[in-house]
Design a protein around this ligand. Structure first.
Ligand code: THU
Length: 129
């Protein structure tokens, strides 16, 4: 298993810290995401659920939207944390992340420890127009 760089390990700790702010009264599954741009800026976000369940927005997408809204499109890595054994990003988030940052790294929790994957390995053959 590849050891995380200090930057990636720090990013993962940011995702872990922000997860406490999740609004997840329906699932009880609090997720934090921290996204690092090329200039070092970190955008962190949480999942935000809704009584109309399908309107729920995942932490990863919220982090991406915050970065784009701040004018940041050069995105290097995203880390995701939830208090569960394994927390890979969902398929919808993989597609949305790949729109702007197909070459980014994803730091995610697998079997209780953070690991790093290329987004392209998590989502081969992404949909493009
Ligand atoms: N969730 C995320 O925030 N990110 C993921 O990659 C998977 C799922 C959220 C959505 C919902 O609020 C809760 O986790 C349970 O699915």
């Amino acid at each position: 298993m590849v050891e995380l760089s200090k930057d990636d390990a720090d990013l993962y700790e940011r995702a872990r810290a922000v997860a406490a702010r999740a609004y997840a009264p329906y699932s009880g599954f609090a997720v934090g995401a921290a996204l690092r741009a090329a200039d070092g800026t970190i955008f962190s976000a949480v999942n935000v659920e809704n009584a109309s369940y399908g309107l729920t927005s995942c932490a990863e997408r919220n982090a991406l939207f915050a970065a784009v809204s701040a004018g940041s499109r050069h995105l290097e890595a995203i880390a995701i944390h939830a208090d569960a054994e394994s927390v890979p990003p969902c398929g919808a988030c993989r597609q949305v992340l790949s729109e702007l940052a197909p070459e980014m790294r994803v730091i995610w929790r697998r079997a209780g420890v953070p690991v790093v994957s290329a987004l392209a390995d998590l989502l081969p053959e992404r949909f493009v127009l």
